[in-house]
Design a protein. Sequence first.
Length: 96
Amino acid sequence: MKGKVKKLTNRDKKQLAWRCVHRAIRKGTLVRPVICEDCGEEFPLLGKTKLTAHHYLGYEEIHYLDIQWLCRKCHNRADRLLRDIKFGRVDNREVM
Ligand SMILES: [Zn+2]
């Protein structure tokens, strides 16, 4: 049995999660807001600066739609923080 099921890479999971988010937006079950949930800045829906979905709980199937809407700047920071937590590089003084 071993090796028969293709193991999903992080990249695969990320893509699946994104597909799920986009499908939900198309169906109207998920609405892309215009205000960043972190810095509170407003971004127009059109153009390249629109908010992106941050999967703050990771890319497991049950968390596909557990997202935060963040601007690019906050998204980069959030991803970096998640990586740092994962690899134990978090400096408490920075977090608090
Ligand atoms: Zn922001």
